[in-house]
Design a protein around this ligand. Structure first.
Ligand code: ADP
Ligand code: MG
Ligand code: ZN
Length: 614
């Protein structure tokens, strides 16, 4: 839905400019061609010369201009003609053919010299206007304060709660909103409290937008939506006007839903504004707050918003009577993932061997959007091999693709590299199988994929973990260093670059143990990590406010954790060298080993490596 006034203004302007250009052209044409000068064929010119009718001529490079003694029938006394090769002209004349020259000038020249520059200038003007006006263009320049609101309204939303899975608590909370929207008057009559604004909070891709639309779909009401990021880079006043428009339009079509996506882009804390001035965003935010305050939910309009960065929202937005209810939409757990897979798997044809439960077990940490993507990728894989059903292998291939980067079939390892990679990966796998509290190995592979990692050992936790102990973290470090340890053992210390990524991840864990979780005695139980931002990945500049001396202690502690892990991995592999060799042989032959194929190796584990592994 767009408001019209500035649109009309813009098209009017365009008409004016075009008309002006055409007018100029016409004027020039009339002046040069029609007022005084007659364009005549060369043969006629020769005739006129023969008749003695020409009084004077100016011979140009390819035109001849001249004056006539008498007026031509149309009253002109000046003429212009195009020069023609004289010999040819003679011959043609002898045959009685009229000769007209075509000069390189004429209509084309006029076009090039007038129309093109005019168009160019117009283009540059538009461009500059757009630059200056952000997205508002000319409309914005000429109608500051008027809104070209990009407010989207959808009437018949087909999405329902059945399309959203794995977020049952959020659905439960929103159910109340649905029943209110279905019958606002009776809901208010019973005195039930209706929330004004509900804020959906959660990481990207978990289904916040989907949920908001499902509420509208369930209740069968109109859905007004606008995204906070659209308010960025706008003229002062435009954003505020847009907010006003949004609420005005929504009130007219109550009961309905207003949905503000990416609220953080608009509702960023005002104190976080570096310049501190009275800027556009602040004005927009103030307008939103004002609308929220003068907003009666009993009118039948429900306000929903979504954000993945609640910590940067202006506190004023979260105050009572505004977005006073927050609904968490988190990454799904295993059961949730099964439910989401069920929703999306309806769209494809699956083979009998597709076990959604197993797939869910392999996709810890995936969001709803990731899972939807996974199913799409699996279907693509099936199509590519001309299958008529999507099989379990298609799914595992898609998971690998998503998790570890795209499989690079073209990259071929030479035999020495294959052997080394096999030892490296088997090292990871054996150490993992030997330590308690480590995610079991799902797959070992030496098929190259992505950049950097030549082979990989796929370890995915079968259950989601929230708490990890010191020994579990240390075990993880040992597993990560198992690849390098194996190379060290087999190739007599001559290690390769293949462990670079392992080292990065091991260092990350050790660093967090020391600076974030207070797990090192010397450094002590205080944190040196920046305050975590909910739902956002940790920033790389991990250490803050450590003195130089403490910094050295942290480095030492991290080094020690890593060295310890490396030694443990080495010892395990030394002890189990026979299994390592057997596994490598199998791996080189098959390129990949699944959990089942790997299991006999794990069963053969001698006692004394620690308690039973999961
Ligand atoms: P968000 O707004 O939280 O970033 P979206 O709602 O845009 O996430 O989700 C993107 C897509 O991912 C959806 O259109 C849907 O296909 C899929 N999806 C995400 N979460 C779920 C879910 N809980 N159930 C089913 N599908 C989901
Ligand atoms: Mg979204
Ligand atoms: Zn490795």
């Amino acid at each position: 839905m767009e408001t019209k006034p500035s649109d009309r203004k813009r098209s009017l302007l365009m008409v004016a400019v075009t008309a002006g250009g055409l007018g100029l052209l016409l004027a020039q044409w009339l002046l040069t061609s029609y007022t005084a000068v007659e364009v005549i064929p060369y043969s006629q010119f020769e005739q006129l010369v023969a008749q003695g009718a020409v009084t004077e001529v100016t011979v140009g490079q390819d035109t001849i201009q001249g004056k006539l003694k008498d007026k031509l029938p149309n009253g002109k006394t000046a003429f212009v003609t195009t020069r023609v090769d004289p010999a040819l002209a003679k011959e043609l004349e002898a045959k009685g053919i009229a000769v007209t020259g075509v000069s390189s000038g004429g209509a084309l020249t006029t076009l090039l010299s007038w129309v093109l520059p005019a168009l160019l200038l117009y283009g540059i003007w538009i461009l500059m206007a757009n630059r200056m006006g952000g997205r508002e263009g000319l409309g914005g320049l000429m109608s500051i304060g008027k809104s070209r609101a990009k407010i989207y309204v959808e009437q018949d939303i087909k999405v329902t709660f059945a399309d959203v899975a794995g977020v049952d608590e959020a659905k439960f909370e929103l159910q109340e909103v649905v029943s209110f929207l279905k019958d606002p008057s009776s809901y208010g009559r019973l005195g039930a409290h209706v929330p004004k604004g509900i804020l959906l909070v959660g990481p990207p891709g978990t289904g916040k937008t989907l949920l908001a639309r499902a509420v509208a779909g369930e209740a069968g009401v109109a859905f007004f939506s606008i995204s906070g990021s659209e308010f960025v880079e706008m003229f002062v006043g435009v954003g505020a006007a847009r907010v006003r428009d949004l609420f005005e339009q929504a009130r007219k079509s109550a009961p309905c839903i207003i949905f503000i996506d990416e609220l953080d882009a608009l509702g960023r804390s005002r104190s976080a504004n570096a310049l501190g001035g009275y800027d556009e965003k602040e004005q927009t935010l103030n307008q939103l707050l004002a609308e929220l305050d003068g907003f009666d939910p009993r009118s039948g309009v429900i306000l929903l918003a979504a954000t993945n960065r609640p910590e940067i929202l202006d506190p004023a937005l979260l105050r009572a009577g505004r977005f006073d209810r927050q609904v968490l939409v988190d990454r799904p757990d295993k059961l949730g993932r099964v439910a989401i897979l069920k929703v999306h798997v309806r769209k494809i044809k699956t083979a009998a061997d597709v076990d959604l439960d197993k797939i869910a077990g392999l996709t810890t940490g995936f969001t709803g959007a990731d899972l939807a993507n996974l199913i799409n990728e699996a279907a693509i894989a099936a199509t590519r091999r001309n299958g008529d059903q999507v099989t379990f292998d298609d799914f595992t291939a898609a998971i690998e693709r998503i998790v570890a980067g795209i499989e690079k079939k073209s990259r071929v390892l030479n035999n020495e590299e294959r052997r080394r990679t096999a030892y490296h990966e088997m090292g990871h796998a054996l150490v993992a199988a030997s330590l308690p509290g480590v995610d079991p190995v799902q797959k070992v592979s030496i098929i190259p994929r992505g950049i950097g990692a030549l082979g990989y050992t796929m370890q995915r936790p079968t259950e989601d973990r929230f708490l990890l102990t010191v020994s579990e973290l240390k075990n993880r470090i040992a597993v990560l260093l198992g690849g390098r340890a194996s190379e060290r053992l087999i190739f007599d210390g001559d290690v390769s670059t293949g462990a670079a990524d392992d080292l990065v991840r091991a260092t990350e864990i050790a660093m967090e143990m020391v600076t974030k979780y207070g797990m090192d005695r010397t450094v002590g139980q205080r944190t040196y990590a920046p305050r975590p931002q909910i739902f956002m990945p940790a920033t790389q500049d991990a250490v803050v406010s450590a003195s130089e001396a403490t910094g050295r202690e942290i480095d030492l502690a991290v080094r020690q954790l890593i060295d310890e892990g490396a030694d443990r991995a080495y010892q395990i592999l030394e002890r189990r060298r026979a299994e390592l060799e057997a596994g490598v042989e199998l791996l080189i032959a098959q390129e990949t080993l699944t959990a089942e194929q790997f299991a006999p190796l794990r069963a053969a584990r001698p006692a004394g490596d620690g308690k039973a592994a999961a």
